[in-house]
Design a protein around this ligand. Structure first.
Ligand code: PEP
Length: 247
């Protein structure tokens, strides 16, 4: 079970320090892995603070070249050097605001893998596509076009755009269908298994329901990962869920 906390462009030194103070006294379970994706500028700061806490750290994006004249970009090699294990790629906000395409995301994922990072590739339909029955085909194309040529380990985050930050989540049956489909598509193309996280308005109230859906291997949490109380409540519910199901 994996919980990814995407802090986006939020928090500062003071709030991160206070967040970590609470983590220091928390008893973590081996069965639920945590990774925090802070703003790039705070990766080193956070990484030093959580040195003795079983939490991984990741980047919110990376470029597809090692180094060079790419103002404002972040190299996968630099992420790795500063202790990152994971990198989120193709988040819908980057697809929309930074015009990242599937082809671009695929190149970044390949370079991330080459740099020993574990990519989490985000896919997700908009409301119009969901309402017009086009979600499955749209996600199939996103996955086909973003899939790295070669990988040992890959995670896909299914994040319907209409669910991010809105408090609305898909029906259980819609999440079940999409996650199964994503696994089938990846397997048919690569003969490899993939982990699929659900992302979009995950909170303390809905986490148990989401985790009980087949083929949900964890969650990507945005807004609710910014407050320590909400974050630990989600984590605690995930641990409880595994205990209830004896997983
Ligand atoms: C996200 O942006 O990746 C996300 C899941 O956000 P939220 O949890 O706030 O919907």
């Amino acid at each position: 079970m994996f919980i990814a906390a995407n802090w986006k462009m939020n928090l500062n030194k003071k709030s991160i320090k206070s967040f970590v103070e609470h983590l220091k006294i928390y008893k973590f379970s081996k069965n639920v892995q945590l990774c925090i994706f802070p703003p790039t500028i705070y990766i080193d700061f956070l990484s030093k603070l959580i040195k003795n806490i079983p939490i991984s750290i990741g980047g919110q994006n990376c470029h597809h070249q090692s180094f060079g004249a790419f103002t404002g970009e972040i190299s996968a090699i630099s992420l790795k050097e500063f202790g990152c294990d994971y990198v989120i790629l193709g988040h819908s906000e980057r697809r929309i605001y930074n015009k990242e395409t599937n082809e671009y995301i695929k190149k970044c994922a390949q370079f991330g893998i080459k740099s020993s990072l574990r990519p989490i590739i985000c896919v997700g339909e908009n409301l119009d596509q969901r309402e017009n029955g086009k979600a499955i085909d749209f996600i199939e194309k996103q996955i086909t076009d973003c899939l790295p040529e070669d990988f040992n380990e890959l995670t896909i985050a299914y994040e319907p755009i209409w669910s991010i930050g809105t408090g609305k989540i898909p029906l259980q049956s819609e999440i079940r269908e999409m996650h199964k489909n994503i696994k089938d598509i990846v397997f048919s193309k690569s003969k490899k298994n993939v982990k699929v996280l659900y992302g979009g308005s995950v909170n303390e109230q809905n986490i148990q329901e989401i985790l009980s859906i087949n083929n949900v291997d964890g969650v990507l949490v945005g807004g609710a990962s910014l407050k320590i109380k909400d974050f630990l409540a989600i984590y605690g519910s995930a641990v409880k869920h595994l205990k209830n199901y004896n997983i």
